[in-house]
Design a binder for this molecule. Structure first.
Ligand SMILES: Cc1cc2nc3c(=O)[nH]c(=O)nc-3n(C[C@H](O)[C@H](O)[C@H](O)COP(=O)(O)O)c2cc1C
Length: 262
């Protein structure tokens, strides 16, 4: 059983890495072979929107016009039975590094399909096995009770990873600001991130998540997410009716003769 950690932290030895290592300890204790890829150590160019992957109609993962470390990372993802996405919270989301990686990933492992409820849908290109997914978000300023004001990254990963990489979300954790001491004056508040420490409780939660992922893979009961399963049946019926009466996709209007676009 192989579990891959994709770490989007730009800092070596930072809080995300500390938590990811605790996750890996838990997973290997539960019998998994674990490996971590630090995305910052890889060469990952920006997606140029050439649409080579998007338009690919063959089997398996789609090709890319850029040649760098993405091929190898995708190969390791396809091999993995479980994948953890670990990222610091940057500006309320995952890091830029993680989104650059996802831009390069999406249409290589998934493709457009449809119509589904009269809309475009997305299906995975790599449906050989059902994988387990999870995430760790490490924040500097927001404690756990205020998570919803600063963690848009987790719902985004949770909504995308199981669908495009064929699998099931098994859990996530948000490590909010646990401080070395209470902030005392304005200067402390201004330097809050420097007071940030990973608590033993947070490390234990990361470890538990590693065990949970390994156990979920071993159970053999993981179910893949599909667009059909994402939309509850009643809502599906309502949307089908609505989008049949008023289709959300339109043909662009013909440009008027003599107009600049005409
Ligand atoms: C550019 C930038 C933006 C950040 N934005 C947030 C934020 O929106 N909310 C938050 O709680 N912490 C924020 N932080 C703090 C980091 O989440 C925190 O320092 C985290 O522990 C970093 O993980 P690392 O140690 O792996 O680098 C930000 C840090 C940076 C550098």
């Amino acid at each position: 059983m192989k579990i891959l950690v994709l770490n989007g932290s730009c800092r070596s030895g930072g809080t995300t890495e500390e938590l990811a290592r605790a996750f890996m300890d838990g997973a290997s204790e539960s019998g998994a072979e674990v490996e971590m890829v630090m995305l910052r150590d890889q060469t990952i160019q920006y997606c140029t929107n050439c649409l080579k992957c998007y338009s690919y109609d063959g089997d398996g993962t789609a090709p890319c016009s850029l040649h760098d470390d993405m091929d190898d990372i995708i190969r390791r993802m396809v091999e993995a039975d479980g994948i953890l996405f670990a990222s610091p919270v940057h500006n309320g989301f995952v890091t830029g590094l993680m989104t650059v990686f996802w831009e390069r990933l999406s249409w290589r492992v998934a493709r457009p399909d449809g119509p589904f409820l009269n809309m475009m849908s997305i299906i995975s290109r790599i449906d050989g096995k059902v994988r387990a997914f999870g995430s760790i978000a490490s924040a500097g300023g927001m404690p756990e009770r205020l998570r919803r004001f600063c963690d848009d990254g987790t719902p985004w990963l949770k909504g995308n990873a199981p669908l495009i990489l064929h699998g099931q979300w098994v859990g996530d954790m948000y490590a909010g600001a646990d401080l070395a001491r209470q902030p005392e004056g304005r200067k402390d508040w201004q330097r809050l991130y420097f007071l940030r420490r990973i608590s033993s409780r947070q490390k234990q939660r990361a470890r538990d998540l590693g065990m949970r992922m390994a156990d979920a893979i071993r159970s053999g009961r993981l179910k893949p997410v599909t667009m059909e399963k994402m939309v509850p049946p009643l809502l599906g019926k309502v949307l089908q009716r609505l989008f049949t009466a008023s289709p959300p996709y339109h043909l662009a209007e013909e440009p008027a003769p003599g107009s600049p676009a005409g």
